[in-house]
Design a protein around this ligand. Sequence first.
Ligand SMILES: NC(=O)c1ccc[n+]([C@@H]2O[C@H](COP(=O)([O-])OP(=O)(O)OC[C@H]3O[C@@H](n4cnc5c(N)ncnc54)[C@H](OP(=O)(O)O)[C@@H]3O)[C@@H](O)[C@H]2O)c1
Length: 295
Amino acid sequence: MRAVMSKQPTIAITGANGFIGSHLVKYFSDKGWHVHALVREPQRQKLMHNVTYVSYNLGKMPNPDLLKDTDYLVHTAYIKQDRHHPEALQTNLQAAEQLIAMNSHLKKRIFISSMSSHGGATSVYGRQKFAIEKLFTSKQDICLRPGLVIGDGGIVKNMAKFMKTKHVVPLVAGGRQPVQIIAVDDLVLAIERSLSLNGCRTLTVANPRIYTYRQFYESLARNINTRVLFIPLPIWLLVVVVKTAHALHLPVSFTEDNIRGLEKLRSTDTTGDLKKLRLQPRSLEKSLNQPEVTI
Ligand SMILES: NC(=O)c1ccc[n+]([C@@H]2O[C@H](COP(=O)([O-])OP(=O)(O)OC[C@H]3O[C@@H](n4cnc5c(N)ncnc54)[C@H](OP(=O)(O)O)[C@@H]3O)[C@@H](O)[C@H]2O)c1
């Protein structure tokens, strides 16, 4: 790993190739920071100014020098629980423990959690986020719980593609679950600002406005100029559909755990947390109305 030659900080980002991680890599490297992009296959990455690719796998013991020259860590990487990764919860938890054990010298460690994280969560995803938050409790730690992230990737982009090709939207329990959103660029800003906050805390990063899932899908359909048919489905039936699709190796980007997560979604008053981050997140319409969200 490169020795730090200038006064610019060094930030390590796990999941650096992912939707949120790649935005962070670009943002901090454009600012002139040294970015250590932690990825599974560093040898296959495109060269980027100010970016050093470093090998990192959640399922393997990290190199003890992994974060030696680093000032800040943002942990975004996670393994999605599915039939290929039945042990995702344990692996993600163990990886977080290993990261924490090796980097007590850092100025700040940011764990990217989720609004699905809470004591009543039943999905593996929500439970694992809640369990990992409990590890990030020293004064240099911040846990951020983003709402549904809108940008050129992630679940929203997948959903837009699905709507454009299939013209249907399966609605779990009538689509009445609450959803709050955040544009990816606002989330990146929130992450940067949380690097200078004092003390350990958990903050939710989402626009305070609460939509139902149905309202959200209607806005998305309008934005991508597509007519869709809403099909209300009981949760058990949707689980059967997803399981069958996976068994037949059909390309479905949702898992049974995603569906179970929808059951326990909660809304949160985020105004206090946004104030601490000095963030005025853009609206749903403005977030969707960016060229990269449209296909
Ligand atoms: N997107 C959202 O709406 C949203 C909302 C709330 C919270 N979050 C949280 O934000 C974080 C990032 O989400 P995202 O949307 O950016 O997800 P993503 O695009 O799927 O990125 C996940 C990253 O994890 C990496 N990863 C997977 N398995 C790994 C392993 N075994 N070892 C090392 N890295 C591994 C992937 O690496 P490869 O590129 O090599 O596959 C990928 O870069 C996640 O923790 C997620 O829970 C996301």
